[in-house]
Design a protein around this ligand. Structure first.
Ligand code: NAD
Length: 549
């Protein structure tokens, strides 16, 4: 469920019951609730007509309306707003009829507890979102707009444009997993999306985050397609996700969730079909569980079904730090192109997870002064440069940046606008927007995260002469070493770290050079140039393969 406030309209004439519900929903976070009470149906309908209601909690017996008619009138007024009906024990049959007519759930008044009420609301909101809002994601719109811009500049034919605008295969699953208290079972939604099946198996990470939806996963799968094509890897793009906040799960819960999710999508994945990897909220331990679950199902060990797994299970040397390392390889190239030296440069890094912490470390190793970094708990700032080793030590001990003693705290919005040479968003999507793009004060924006910049912000950055290393180029180190890991798995042969880093550098520098040439030749920004490079390779392949039948 989103972390936004859920606007609840409670239509209830009994003031004691109304107070009880308000009390149960008060002071809740993630989500929080704004409850409005109407004590007559007429007042409730009026309020519904004004819009802005996410959910109705409805008593069916009201002074001005009785039984099923109450529900029917609410539904007629706001057909898209989910309704949970409340009834007395004696009226349970009536609740069943309301559910048949389209109520999402019902609660028996005398049995309502904080847990039952929250669970009911959560599932109702999830189901309602699953039906209506799944594709309706700003990230998917962004990915489609970026593609359409490139397609228009390329003069791509209509048929290819339409074929690439939506993923070829999507699977959405809803599945239960057991929480620590074994009587608590939670149901969550998961996804696996394969955007292009033309190039070979599909490849893409798995994200655990409380806001994941189909549109977001589809956007990420589309970006994977262009990224793999830009790097000349023999993969189409894919992505997966589970809508859950991994920070709220114990290790055992995370394992149970991962194993169940794997078995739900097992028909889609495989070393020759679709190969998952880590992304936001997942790591090498999660990959080990996926590999084990898959291997248990097929009856033998299949290391090449995932990448980003621990080295002892066939993971590649250098995979964990590959995205950060790759970013620094292309930052070096971009700095040469722009004309500044890394030893005199300053950097700001948003996000201190897998990508962010390695970027910060490798930049510091190159002599860059990293003046600020952040994670979900806080930002920390030191104008003379942070000691990244000390920060890494703090995070190793405490898991988060909060409480780091050697720097000033700084808010995320202010941090992005700090004067610096290199700004690296390496946390979430849509961080650089029309609001803050005019105030960014960097020479180079190197996108560690996927989709951190909106389309409008891109135009502003282009006009302002800020050089952008777009995500599909800048963070491609991860999938490139994943490709090496997959090849090593198929060959049963380990490469040395020197060989991996050298090959990674060659591939990234080549892609940087091609993107820069394309940008100059077509007179476009680096992102559009990178997307064009990727789309061109996919469309060439599609045309050569022809159309079946
Ligand atoms: P991660 O889960 O390891 O780390 C995410 C970091 O972002 C954490 O430090 C978290 O605290 C921080 N964060 C979360 N919300 C934040 C907020 N509101 N403000 C500031 N910081 C916040 O994830 P990751 O693997 O490092 O991925 C980060 C981004 O990089 C994602 O967009 C992902 O798709 C992209 N990416 C990752 C890889 C990879 O190999 N892991 C490869 C390519 C792209």
């Amino acid at each position: 469920m989103s972390s936004d406030t859920v606007r609840v309209l409670l239509i209830e004439d009994d003031p004691i019951q109304a107070r009880l519900i308000q009390k149960l929903l008060a002071d809740r976070r993630d989500p929080s609730f704004a409850v409005t009470v109407a004590d007559r149906l007429a007042a409730g309908l009026k309020r519904l007509g004004e819009g802005g209601t996410d959910l109705v909690l409805l008593d069916l017996i009201l002074p001005d309306s009785q039984e099923l008619e109450t529900f029917v009138r609410v539904k007629a007024q706001a057909p898209d707003v989910p309704v949970i009906v409340q009834t007395g024990i004696a009226d349970a049959m009536m609740a069943g009829r309301a559910v048949e007519q389209g109520a999402q759930d019902y609660l028996v008044k005398d049995h309502i507890t904080s847990a039952s009420l929250l669970r009911s609301i959560r599932y109702v909101m999830e189901r309602s979102r699953a039906r209506t809002g799944e594709w309706n994601s700003p990230m998917f719109r962004l990915a489609q707009q970026q593609f359409l811009k490139a397609a228009q500049i390329m003069g791509l034919d209509d048929n290819l444009r339409q074929r690439l605008l939506f993923p070829q295969r999507t699977q959405m699953v809803s599945f239960p997993f057991r929480r620590e208290r074994s009587e608590d079972i939670e149901t969550v939604f998961g996804y696996r999306v394969q955007h292009v099946l033309t190039m070979g198996p599909t490849k893409g990470g798995i994200r655990y985050h409380q806001d994941v939806n189909l549109g977001e996963v589809a956007a990420l799968a589309m970006w994977m397609t262009w990224k793999c094509a830009l790097m000349s890897l023999p993969f189409g793009g894919a992505k997966g996700g589970v809508r859950v906040d991994p920070g709220t799960l114990t290790k055992a819960e995370l394992e149970r969730l991962t194993r169940r999710y794997t078995s739900e999508i097992i028909s889609m994945i495989g070393p020759d079909k679709d190969i998952p990897a880590p992304d936001l909220g997942t790591d090498e331990r999660v990959m080990a569980w996926i590999m084990d679950t898959y291997s248990q199902q097929v009856g033998y060990t299949v290391p090449a079904v995932v990448t980003g797994k621990p080295v002892v299970l066939g993971g590649s040397l250098g995979r964990k730090e590959a995205t950060g390392r790759g970013l620094v390889y292309v930052i070096e190239e971009a700095a040469k192109h722009i004309g500044f030296g890394l030893t005199e440069a300053t950097a700001v890094v948003q996000g201190f997870g897998n990508v962010g912490m390695h970027v910060a470390k490798f930049l510091a190793d190159c002599g860059v002064k990293v003046i600020a970094v952040s994670d979900v708990t806080t930002g920390i700032y030191h104008p003379a440069g942070l000691s990244i080793d000390a920060v890494l030590g703090h995070v190793e001990r405490n898991r988060v940046l909060a409480g780091y003693p050697g720097a000033e705290p700084i808010g995320n919005p202010e941090m992005l606008e700090l004067p610096c040479d290199i700004l690296v968003p390496a946390a979430l999507q849509q961080q650089i927007t029309i609001e803050n793009a005019p105030r960014l004060s960097c020479k180079l924006l190197a996108e560690g995260a996927n989709g951190p910049t909106t389309l409008e912000a891109d135009e502003i950055l282009h006009e302002r002469g800020i050089f952008v290393l777009p995500d599909i180029l800048a963070n491609a180190g991860g999938v490139t070493v994943s490709y090496f890991e997959w090849v090593q798995g198929l060959q049963n042969y380990m490469w040395s770290i020197e060989e991996i880093n050298a090959r990674l550098r060659t591939i990234l520098i080549d892609a940087f050079g091609r993107t820069l040439r394309r940008a100059r030749q077509d007179g476009v920004d680096m992102r559009t140039a990178a997307v064009i490079e990727g789309v061109q390779r996919i469309t060439d392949a599609k045309l050569l393969r022809g159309l079946f039948p």
